[in-house]
Design a protein around this ligand. Structure first.
Ligand code: F0G
Length: 479
């Protein structure tokens, strides 16, 4: 089969409620179950029939598709059959998302930390975070809806800690055609870089005092009472798109994840849901033979999922937490919307022989980990730092062995979180973060000449003096 041909097999997708099991058709965009209010997952009723195709054939198809010239299959939809096999080629939105590289820890970093690992650089997505995977899924479905219903206007809305809004605004502005984007942000709790993204895309950017959890309540209310398309991960089409992360991890390692561990930062818990779901699908089709170990990581300032799983099974009780200031601000969420999905999938994951863990890390450990990683040529955001801190914590707890290999989700680009890096370099964290700079990790700019001094020198003298100062600062020897 030509790898340029768009797949012809179509599945039959349905929303399935994670709480009461109710099922609904996908002609409508639904977020929560009309019966019980539970969150949905999407299921292909014909998934079982995919088992008639042997696993090596699936692997070969996805591998061959890496060379496709069909734009609709270049990004996350390389794995079309595993995600949303109801979409038509004309509806697929592609902005270059997915296919992000997995970069092994620099040898010096690996040796310094005594663990073997790699970062999957999700910051190399178009809006510089993994959210683009989900948006490619959600917007492709939205385009299908718009086409089917002949709508001439759709208002999309999301609450966000900064990255969902950046991605939603980007895709909405690209797709256009009556699709407009509104984003609701917690005032002062997204970074200036993240805030600049929906502004640059021309979205309607609204803010409220409070934290992400407050914004989420407002957009949920809105979605119940008004005609809007919700783009938070309550929207299960986003979860499908984000499964591509798991498919890419497997493909990168030749469809063999045995003996590997995946570390994922957990905020609203959409990402870990998607990754588990993707791993389970591949496992059930035999595309991967063994499930990797899975570690969710949370900061001690926003750790409801860790709290739940840290108790013995019989005593587990889910309680939202009130978040405190976190450098992993994008994951600073006290009441994750996808928690019921996680619970459901963890049960399936462990039943299928997988190992699921949650680890909790300190704010200090997150910052130190991010800084030390990036000093070794990586581009991890604070949430990527959180994953590395989680790996170190897991090793401390004896959950990870020296010989194990871990894939850490660097969920966004370091540049989105440069403000936290600056605070570290200036050792100026407000006390609520509880982070102090380790002097050996600090790097700060130095002015070689004052403007007054520069004004006193002609061009020749300036060049010589600046070069002399530079040589002194860098410890250069003259020739
Ligand atoms: N890392 C980054 C960079 C994020 O933006 C988020 C979530 C997470 C990790 C946590 O992922 O929510 O799927 O568990 N950001 C959302 C947002 C909440 O609005 O951008 P999750």
């Amino acid at each position: 089969m030509s790898t340029d041909a768009f797949p012809t097999r179509r599945g039959r997708m349905e929303y399935v409620c994670t709480q009461c099991g109710a099922r609904r058709g996908v002609e409508e965009l639904l977020y929560t179950c009309p019966e019980c209010g539970g969150v949905f997952l999407l299921e292909d009723l014909d998934f079982e029939s995919m088992k008639e195709t042997p696993a090596p054939v699936w692997r070969e198809l996805f591998d061959a598709r890496r060379a496709t010239r069909n734009t609709a299959l270049r990004g996350i939809f390389r794995f079309y059959e595993l995600m949303a096999p109801v979409l038509e080629q004309e509806d697929i939105v592609y902005l270059g998302e997915g296919d992000t590289p997995i970069i092994e820890a620099s040898p010096a970093l690996r040796d310094a930390l005594g663990v073997r690992f790699a970062f999957k650089n999700e910051g190399q997505n178009p809006s510089a975070s993994f959210k683009d995977r989900g948006m490619a899924g959600a917007f492709s479905y939205l385009r299908a809806l718009v086409r089917m219903h002949g709508w001439d206007e759709v208002l999309t809305i999301c609450a966000s800690t900064g990255d969902t809004s950046a991605a939603a605004a980007l895709y909405a502005s690209y797709v256009g055609g009556g699709i407009r984007s509104v984003v609701l942000l917690p005032h002062g709790k997204v970074t200036p870089q993240q805030l600049s993204q929906p502004l640059g895309s021309g979205a309607l950017v609204l803010e409220i005092p409070g934290v992400f959890d407050d914004c989420m309540k407002v957009v949920e209310y809105l979605a119940e009472h008004y005609r809007v398309a919700l783009l938070n991960s309550k929207n299960s089409w986003r979860i499908l798109g984000q499964e591509s992360y798991a498919y890419e991890c497997a493909q990168w390692y030749g469809w063999d994840l045995a003996g590997k561990s995946l570390f994922v930062p957990v905020g609203n818990a959409g990402n870990i849901t998607a990754i588990m779901s993707g791993l389970l699908k591949m496992h059930s089709l035999g595309i991967i033979e063994k499930l990797p170990r899975l570690f969710g990581v949370q900061s001690h300032h926003a750790d409801p999922v860790w709290r739940y799983y840290s108790r013995p099974e019989a005593e587990r009780r889910y309680e939202p937490v009130k978040v405190q200031a976190s450098v992993a601000q994008a994951a600073m969420i006290g009441n994750p919307v996808s928690f019921p999905r996680v619970k459901k999938l963890v049960a399936r994951y462990t039943a299928a022989g997988g190992d699921f863990n949650m680890v909790q890390v300190t704010e200090q450990a997150i910052m130190d980990a991010m800084i030390i990683a990036n000093r070794h040529g990586h581009i991890a955001c604070t949430q990527g730092g959180e994953c590395l801190a989680g790996l170190l914590r897991a090793r401390e707890l004896g959950l990870i062995d020296k010989s194990d290999f871990s894939i850490l989700d660097a969920t966004a680009h370091a540049l989105k979180f440069s403000g936290f890096q600056n605070m570290y370099m200036e050792d100026s964290f407000p006390p609520e973060f509880g982070v102090k700079a380790r002097p050996e990790l600090v790097c700060a700019p130095r002015l070689l000449l004052s403007p007054e001094r520069r004004a006193m020198l002609d061009e020749t003298a300036f060049t010589a003096e600046a070069a002399g100062e530079l040589a002194r600062a860098a410890g250069l020897k003259s020739r």
